[in-house]
Design a binder for this molecule. Structure first.
Ligand code: MSP
Length: 506
C-alpha cells in the first residue's frame, strides 16, 4: 500500500475575489501534492470556500443577492482560477454543502454532550471583517489589533467552548512535537500566546442567521471559524470515520497564511482534543505579499489579479515567481519588474536556452535520434553526480517546505548544464567525424541531465516540464523511477524545443 499524504489550503472567503495571496497558498499546496504523487504517495489535496458568517452575509446584502447567490457566483471565479493555474486538488469543499453542515453539527453536538461546550453570556468587542472577538485590553486605540478597523460592542447569549481546559494539553502537544507549528518564530509566538492564558471561546452567534444552526437551539448560529476549520475533516466524510477520514486523517500539513495561525494552532487543535480526534501533524504559516512595497488592499486599488498575470506572463512563470522569489514563511514583495527579471534570467535564459540549444544540437548532429553514450569522462560524471545529488537535496527541501531553496538547487543543475555545453563545445567536436563517439556521450549526458531536471520540475512547472519531456522524447508516466539516471534510451526521438519562455521586453 502506498503511504498517504494529506495537504490542505485555507478555504477562501467568497466575499472577496481571488488575488495573489490566495493563489500563493494554493500553488504551494499544488507543488507539494504533485511532488508527493511523483514520489509514490497516495495524496489527498483539499481546497475550498468559506461561505458562512456575517462578513459574507453583509457582502451579499450590499450586492443585492442572497448569500448563496453570492457564494455560487464567486466560487466559480476561484474554481476557474485554480483550473488555469493547473491546481491538482482532489476535492473542493464548500461550507454550504450538506456533507459539511452535517459534519459540523455532529462535532459540535459531540463536544456539547461531553460538556465542553456550554451556554453562557458574552460581552465584548467584535471585528466583523476578521470575524473575531477582542477584549478591551487587546484593542489598539479602540480598534481591531489585526486590521485596525473599528470594532463594535456585542452582548449576547452565547455557547462557549471550554478552551481554557485544554491549555496544558495543547502546550504539551506543541512541546512534544517540535515540527507541529512552523516556522519556528511563529511557533514561539503561539507558545507565548498560550502562556498568557486561554479563555473560553464564544462559539455561537445570535445576531445574524447565515450559518449552521446550533443543534437543538436554532436561535444560535455556529461561529464561522468553528464551522470553517471543521472543513478539513468534513471533506473526508467525518463523522464517518472509515473511508477517507480513516485513510487520510490526521493531516500531514495545513498550509495557511500567518494571519490565521492562531485559529489553526490553538482553536482547531483544542476543538479536536475535545472531540477526541487526532491533531494535525503540521501547520505551516507562510508570510504575506506586499505589492510594490505597499500593503495590498482594495482601497489602494493595488490588488494583484492572478488571471491578469497569467494572461501576460503565462501560468508557469507565475507559479515559478511565487515560489522562487520569497522563502516560504517570510514576507515578500511583489513587483512587475522583479517578475520580469525572473522570467528573463531564470526562465528564458537559463532553463529555456539550455533546452533549446541542446535539442537543436541533437537534431543537427544526430538527426534527432539519441545516440548511445560511451564511457563518461570526469566532467560528464560531474554533471551526472550534480543531477543525482540535486534529486536528494530537493526532496529534503520540499519536506521542509523550502520551495525557494528547492528551486535554487534545481537551477544549479541547469547552470551546470549550460556551463557543460560551453566547456564541451559540441560544435567543435562535430567538426571531426573521429569525435563522433565523444559527441554522442556529451549529448547523452546533457539531455539525460535535463530529463531528470524536468521530471522533478513537473511538480513545480507542470506545463513546462511536459513540453520539455516531450521534446526530449520521453513520454513515460512520471514516477520516482524517472528520477534515476539512465532513463533516456538510445534511439529516443529528440525534437527541437520551442522557446519555453519568451523574453519579456519591458
Ligand atoms: N476563510 C478564512 C480561512 C478559513 S481556513 C479554515 C480566510 N479566508 S481569506 O480568504 O481571507 O484568506 C485566505 C488566505 O489568504 C489566508 O491564508 C491569508 O493569509 C491569505 N492571504 C490574504 N492576503 C494575503 C497576502 N497579501 N499575501 C499572502 N497571503 C495572503 O482567512
Amino acid at each position: 500500500m502506498k503511504p498517504t499524504f494529506y495537504v490542505t489550503t485555507p478555504i477562501y472567503y467568497v466575499n472577496d475575489v481571488p488575488h495573489i495571496g490566495h493563489a500563493y497558498t494554493t500553488v504551494a499546496g499544488d507543488v507539494l501534492a504533485r511532488y508527493k504523487r511523483l514520489m509514490g504517495y497516495d495524496v489527498y489535496f483539499l481546497t475550498g470556500s468559506d461561505e458562512h458568517g456575517q462578513k459574507v452575509e453583509k457582502a451579499a446584502t450590499t450586492a443585492g443577492e442572497t448569500p448563496l447567490e453570492l457564494a455560487d457566483r464567486v466560487v466559480k471565479r476561484f474554481q476557474a482560477l485554480w483550473g488555469r493555474l493547473g491546481i491538482s486538488h482532489n476535492d473542493f469543499i464548500r461550507t454550504t454543502q450538506e456533507r459539511h453542515k452535517n459534519g459540523v453539527s455532529r462535532i459540535f453536538e459531540n463536544i456539547l454532550e461531553k460538556g465542553d461546550i456550554y451556554l453562557g453570556e458574552y460581552e465584548d468587542w467584535y471585528c466583523t471583517p476578521c470575524e473575531t472577538f477582542w477584549t478591551e485590553t487587546q484593542l489598539i486605540e479602540g480598534r481591531c489589533p489585526d486590521c485596525n478597523r473599528p470594532v463594535e460592542k456585542l452582548k449576547e447569549e452565547s455557547y462557549f467552548f471550554r478552551m481554557s481546559k485544554y491549555q496544558g494539553e495543547l502546550l504539551s502537544y506543541i512541546e512534544a512535537n517540535p515540527d507541529f507549528i512552523q516556522p519556528k518564530s511563529k511557533r514561539n509566538e503561539i507558545i507565548s500566546f498560550i502562556n498568557e492564558g486561554l479563555r473560553d471561546l464564544s462559539v455561537s452567534r445570535t445576531t445574524f442567521s447565515w450559518g449552521i444552526p446550533v443543534p437543538g437551539n436554532n436561535r444560535h448560529i455556529i461561529y464561522v471559524w468553528f464551522d470553517a476549520l471543521t472543513n478539513y475533516i468534513t471533506a473526508l466524510g467525518y463523522p464517518d470515520e472509515t473511508g477517507n477520514y480513516g485513510r487520510y486523517w490526521p493531516v500531514d500539513v495545513h498550509l495557511i497564511g500567518k494571519d490565521i495561525l492562531r485559529f489553526h494552532a490553538v482553536y482547531w487543535p483544542t476543538f479536536l482534543m475535545a472531540a477526541g480526534l487526532p491533531l494535525p501533524k503540521k501547520v505551516f504559516a507562510h508570510g504575506w505579499w506586499t505589492v510594490e512595497g505597499q500593503k495590498m488592499s482594495k482601497s489602494l486599488m493595488n490588488v494583484v489579479e492572478p488571471n491578469m498575470l497569467i494572461d501576460k506572463y503565462g501560468v508557469d512563470a507565475v507559479r515559478y515567481f511565487l515560489l522562487r522569489e520569497v522563502p516560504f514563511g517570510l514576507d515578500g514583495d511583489f513587483s512587475h519588474s522583479a517578475l520580469v527579471q525572473r522570467i528573463n534570467s531564470d526562465l528564458a535564459n537559463d532553463i529555456g536556452n539550455l533546452l533549446s540549444r541542446s535539442t537543436a544540437m541533437a537534431v543537427k548532429y544526430f538527426n534527432g535520434i539519441l545516440p548511445s553514450a560511451g564511457l563518461l569522462t570526469e566532467t560528464d560524471h560531474s554533471l551526472r553526480h550534480k543531477t543525482e545529488a540535486m534529486v536528494t537535496i530537493v526532496d529534503k527541501f520540499v519536506d521542509e517546505l523550502a520551495f525557494s531553496k528547492a528551486l535554487q538547487a534545481i537551477w544549479e543543475v541547469i547552470s551546470a548544464g549550460n556551463k557543460y555545453i560551453d566547456d564541451m563545445a559540441p560544435w567543435t567536436l562535430a567538426k571531426d567525424p573521429a569525435n563522433s563517439g565523444r559527441l554522442a556521450t556529451v549529448m547523452y549526458t546533457l539531455l539525460e541531465s535535463q530529463r531528470i531536471t524536468h521530471c522533478i520540475l513537473s511538480a513545480f512547472l507542470p506545463a513546462t516540464a511536459a513540453k520539455a519531456l516531450s521534446s526530449l522524447g520521453w513520454n513515460e508516466t512520471l514516477t520516482k523511477e524517472g528520477l534515476v539516471w539512465g532513463g533516456l534510451k538510445d534511439g529516443a526521438k529528440i525534437t527541437k524545443a520551442e522557446a519555453l519562455f519568451p523574453r519579456i521586453e519591458e
